[in-house]
Design a protein around this ligand. Structure first.
Ligand code: ADP
Length: 422
């Protein structure tokens, strides 16, 4: 099927989050892990390419995203979406702005918007400032993120050092006046040479108006929720039809494992709740650096996968700081990611076919280790987290890839229970 919308996501859970929201439309969504090494074939109306470039050097991230754009254009897409985290995770040398600028240049776009709002998950943008629930981003638990600590809440200030072009804002008062007002404001800013427009949104209705106003733009950028209104807009234009819709839900065997490398506040609560009722093993980066993964592998291979054991490196901020002080933050993260990736293959070889993985970077490492290159998107477990289906070493498997702060406290059990439903 010809691709209508081509999406590029800066990490794996971001990609599954976006793919899950697009799949709410009932249309087929295909997620490619990493840049496909073959030209497009067997494509879906919505194609999402998951890269692992959130914290990569800028030149590498830009090159990867440009290559992904080229592939999506070859698949037939004429509209494109650059998806980053709804908490705008990046550093001053971050990739959100440079990638947007490179894609705009390739597409000949003069202007794009930045809207990380995800109201269902408590992310809103007001007067250019990003909120997590009722807290400004810089006061939220994101201030302690191991790789991208967010110490400013103002999106224009975060974006400005990342782009060459001028930044501007369309605030909530304009958004509340609807699509036509937003379109006029965009034109006004374009006349003043403003290429990078942060747009406020606090509710799904705002996102609908924004998506409608920005429909002619070849490139939109934001969190996944901004893409949610797009399928209906395309359907209204006759670009896709109901007879393309499918509902895929393959059966996978019961063995399961939960792997958590996220230290986000919600994941910490999820690990605590799940560990109270299930076999669990804690990975300590300092111990891994000294003694390797043999102990964890032995423990895991002695477990029954029917009991869905949990392996986690999830830790409180002070423990993360202690490990980073000794190992360096990059190395600490890498050691944990590598360990969880190796343990994923051990679990698979011991019969696990259902994998719940917490953490964006962690999910990237795990899917890579399982040599998964394409996922078909299934039912949503929680907003932004669908079950996905693929094969690994010839076995049909199901993967739930959850980014740090998503899901509620019982998420791990809820996810596994969801697969039991017919
Ligand atoms: P999230 O989705 O919550 O951002 P990620 O997996 O993307 O989660 O990022 C968490 C990072 O923290 C990973 O690189 C992971 O390896 C690292 N990490 C996990 N546990 C620890 C720990 N105990 N000490 C230091 N770093 C850790």
């Amino acid at each position: 099927m010809k691709t209508v919308l081509g999406c590029i996501a800066d990490d794996f859970t971001g990609a599954t989050d976006l793919a899950g929201l697009l799949a709410r439309s009932g249309m087929p969504v295909s997620l490619r892990i990493g840049l496909p090494d073959r030209p497009p074939s067997d494509t879906a109306p919505f194609e999402v390419i998951a890269l692992k470039c959130r914290t990569a050097p800028v030149s590498e991230a830009v090159a990867d995203c440009r290559a992904a754009l080229k592939w999506l254009r070859a698949a037939g897409a004429q509209s494109f979406f650059w998806k980053y985290c709804s908490t705008f995770d990046s550093t001053a040398e971050g990739n959100i702005g440079p990638v947007a600028e490179a894609l705009m240049s390739d597409l000949g776009a003069q202007q794009t918007i930045y809207c990380p709002a995800f109201p269902e998950n408590g992310r809103s943008v007001f007067m250019g400032n990003l909120f997590v629930g009722e807290q400004p981003l810089a006061e939220s638990p994101m201030k302690d993120h191991p790789l991208t600590p967010m110490r400013d809440s103002n999106l224009m200030r975060l974006l400005a050092p990342q782009v060459d072009g001028t930044t501007g804002l369309i605030n909530r008062l304009t958004v509340a006046r609807g699509a036509e007002a937003i379109r006029e404001a965009l034109e006004g800013l374009r006349d003043k040479g403003v290429a990078h427009v942060v747009v406020d949104a606090v509710a799904d209705a705002d996102l609908q108006q924004i998506a409608a106003a920005c429909r002619p733009m070849p490139l939109l950028t934001g969190g996944s929720a901004l893409a949610m209104p797009l399928p209906a807009l395309y359907a209204a234009e006759g670009l896709m039809s109901k007879d393309q819709s499918t509902s895929r839900h393959p059966q996978v065997d019961r063995g399961a494992v939960v792997l958590s490398g996220s230290c986000s506040a919600m994941t910490r609560a999820q690990v605590k709740v799940y560990a109270e009722q299930s076999p669990h093993y804690r990975l300590n980066p300092l111990d891994l650096a000294k003694n390797g993964t043999a102990g964890a592998k032995t423990w895991l291979s002695e477990q029954s996968m029917e009991g869905a054991p949990l392996v986690y490196a999830t830790a409180e901020p002070e423990d993360v700081c202690a490990a980073q002080a000794e190992l360096g933050s990059g190395r600490a993260g890498e050691i944990v990611e590598t360990a969880l990736a190796e343990l994923a293959t051990v679990a698979r070889d011991c019969g696990a076919r259902r994998f719940v993985v917490a953490g964006g970077e962690t999910s990237g490492a795990v899917t890579q280790a399982l040599e998964v290159t394409r996922l078909d998107i299934g039912a949503e477990i929680a907003p932004g987290v669908p079950w996905t289906y693929c094969t690994s070493a010839g076995h049909p498997i199901a993967l739930a890839l959850k980014s740090g702060n998503f899901g509620s406290e019982g998420f791990f059990s809820t996810a596994l229970a969801a697969l039991e439903q017919p």
